[in-house]
Design a protein around this ligand. Structure first.
Ligand code: C5P
Length: 326
């Protein structure tokens, strides 16, 4: 069974002493995203390799009579839903309600603040990170001590990427992406991400995949070469093994993204890859210095607002008291 990461000394900390808890959760990239033909439930079978990257949402929860969500952050927040319906539909609130229901806690609520560093609707699992962080934060705030297996089960019902947001690191994802298992990763990887001004809805990318690939296999291929590159920590081998079956359908919907791929390769990246269902474009660098050169090269080519990110990083974890959220 998959065990979630426990920060050193975390088990010894007194639980729920304070009235607010902040949890940090990372964005993800898919190094391999193999997609099969849709299942009877409409979801697509996946074989994917997730990696958590150093770009974060911080979720702060505090006790309240009714659910509420406030949002701040360094990314474009215009497309974050607002108003009463948005609170009910927010994945972090749905996570909180599911956790309360799991423990038979009726009428339990909280105020949730999302401080977003992960691009919204960018294919980097920002909403999933918020849901994972809310589960961990409310588990702590309410002193529930929910077993890891139960948290992973709740996460899987909230969304295909939510279990990985809990786990972090580098992991193989199967099922519809919700079954996660850590894989060996000896690398210290550096990515440059180019977010897009306009988001891309995941269901529309999967629908375009169905149009473009009518004969997709029931079982996507196993990423053997990619797993070897990860365990060798070899960026050139990793660059050659990257694969995303949603890239062609996303580019079909957003042909303008091709220019970002070109600019990244022209700026010297080892490889260019669509992040998840897009539209964020990822560029693989050899090391930190190379990542900075690729970022500078993109700026020279008129591609602004790029993000330089190390990987892999940890899954959702409680921040020490007094860090963000004060
Ligand atoms: O699981 P999640 O809520 O993140 O999925 C969002 C949408 O993406 C689904 O409603 C579905 O349209 C599509 N999806 C899919 N197959 C997957 C994961 C997601 O078709 N394995």
């Amino acid at each position: 069974m998959t065990a979630l990461p426990t920060p050193p000394g975390d088990a010894d900390r007194p639980r729920a002493a304070g009235r607010r808890v902040t949890v940090r959760a990372a964005a993800k990239v898919n190094l391999h995203l193999g997609v099969g033909a849709p299942r009877p439930d409409g979801f697509h079978p996946l074989v994917t390799v997730y990696q958590a990257v150093g770009l974060y949402d911080d979720v702060t929860v505090s006790p309240a009579e009714a659910w509420s969500v406030t949002v701040s952050g360094s990314v474009d927040l215009a497309s974050v839903p607002r108003g009463a319906d948005a609170v009910a539909g927010n994945l972090a609130v749905r996570a909180g309600r599911a956790l309360a229901a799991h423990h038979g806690l009726r009428d339990r609520a909280a105020a949730i603040h999302l401080d977003k560093g992960i691009p919204v609707a960018g294919g980097m699992a920002g909403g999933s990170a918020d849901a994972a962080a809310a589960l961990v934060a409310l588990d702590r705030l309410w002193s529930l001590g929910t077993p890891d297996a139960d948290l992973l089960g709740l996460a899987a019902r909230l969304g295909s990427d939510v279990p990985f947001s809990l786990l972090g690191g580098t992991a193989l994802g199967t099922g519809r992406g919700e079954l996660v298992e850590p894989v060996e990763d000896a690398g210290s990887w550096w990515w440059v991400a180019v977010p897009s001004g306009q988001g891309l809805a995941t269901p529309s990318v999967y629908r375009r995949f169905d149009d473009l690939v009518p004969g997709a296999p029931a079982a996507p291929a196993h990423p053997a070469a990619l797993l070897r590159a990860l365990s060798a920590g070899d960026p050139v081998a990793l660059a050659a093994a990257l694969r995303n079956d949603l890239q062609a359908p996303a580019l079909d919907l957003r042909p303008d993204l091709a220019a970002t791929f070109e600019a990244g390769l022209d700026a010297g990246a080892l490889a260019a890859l669509l992040s998840g269902s897009g539209p964020t474009v990822l560029l693989l660098a050899e090391d930190a210095a190379h990542a900075r050169r690729v970022a500078a090269g993109l700026l020279d080519r008129g591609v602004g607002a790029v993000l330089v990110m190390p990987a892999p990083v940890a899954g959702a974890h409680v921040l020490p008291d007094g860090e963000p959220g004060e």
